[in-house]
Design a protein around this ligand. Structure first.
Ligand code: CP
Length: 317
């Protein structure tokens, strides 16, 4: 049963555990196509439009790669400045969507405003997939993170997943927590209190299947973690440049010294890019250890986006 067919994917918040497992199962089967470095014909008569109003390397290129691997075609813009959707006499988002939907079978949109993907979906006659809207949601990121954990650990249930860093303002982190909360696992939320989850997220976790603990003790939390997930500090959420830089100096950096008491099979994840004004959030010395899985996540990202496209466009049941 494919409940995604013909529908938008804007958020992971209201997805059921069964729907998340469906995407992960289909993504696992897509890995076979990826391993063969071939193209399937599941979406050969379909066209995907990408509308990116913000920069991206992974999300746009992996959605495009996913569509091409499924035999479909891609059009769109990577920068709104080359379209009529930006500039001094910019068309509204509504009018842009009501134009682009005539050229394609599905739209992927990334936009700086929270709620923009929902608005696009309200005006589109084809399914809209959210490639990240403001500080709100980034569902394909949360799902690819869940796929990475599930594939690398063989389960989601029973794990202790450490989230170290900005849990307040980053859209990928919101989507990941909304995904993982449906499973019987523990979220260990570690970092400076200024960037701990918002009350709405805490209420969501309270009502979910998972358990959770909030702590400022990053180093003391690491030995319990099966997964250590970190991300960038979101600048847009800071009160001022000074406040942002002050927090950045206290922001956890993952290096081998911090990982010395980690479980041998603890995997370290990051949505990437891992850069900020002070350098890298995960030092390169971690890259080639058994802990480092952040570049594997990139590959899982193609599989999960293939699954999302195939489900929404009816290429699989
Ligand atoms: N993780 C992520 O969304 O990367 P991009 O900004 O490169 O798409």
């Amino acid at each position: 049963m494919n409940s995604f067919k013909g529908n938008d994917i804007i958020s992971t918040e209201l997805m059921t555990k069964q729907e998340i497992e469906k995407i992960l199962d289909v993504a696992a089967s897509m890995n076979e196509i990826l391993k063969m470095k071939t193209k399937a014909k599941l979406l050969e008569d379909k066209i995907l439009a990408v509308m990116f109003f913000q920069t991206s390397t992974r999300t746009r290129l992996s959605f495009e790669s996913a569509m091409l691997r499924l035999g479909g075609s891609v059009l769109g813009f990577a920068d709104a400045k080359v379209s009529r959707a930006a500039g001094p006499r910019a068309e509204t988002l509504e009018d842009t969507v009501r134009t682009v939907d005539k050229y394609c079978d599905a739209i992927v949109i990334r936009h700086p405003e929270s709620g923009a993907a929902r608005k696009a979906a309200d005006y589109s006659r084809v399914p809209v997939l959210n490639g990240g809207d403001g500080q709100n949601q980034h569902p394909s990121q949360g799902l690819l993170d869940a796929l990475t954990i599930w594939s690398e650990k063989g389960t989601l249930d029973g794990l202790t997943v450490g989230i170290v860093g900005d849990m307040k303002e980053t859209r990928g982190m919101h989507s990941l927590m909304h995904c993982l909360a449906k499973f019987n696992l523990k979220l260990l939320l570690a970092g400076p209190k200024e960037i701990s989850p918002e009350p709405a997220m805490i209420r969501f976790l309270e009502d979910s299947a998972c358990s959770y603990e909030v702590t400022e003790d990053v180093e003391g939390s690491i030995p319990a973690m099966d997964v250590l997930y970190t991300t960038r500090l979101n600048k847009e959420g800071a009160d001022s440049d000074e406040a942002y830089m002050e927090l950045l100096h206290r922001y956890p950096r993952i290096d081998l010294n911090l990982l010395k008491n980690a479980k041998k099979d603890c995997i370290v994840m990051h949505d990437l890019p891992r850069t900020d004004e002070l350098g890298l959030q995960i030092l390169p010395e971690v890259d080639d250890t058994p802990h480092g899985k952040y570049f594997d996540e990139v590959e899982y990202g193609v599989a999960v986006r293939m699954a999302m496209l195939a489900l929404v466009l009816g290429g699989v049941e």
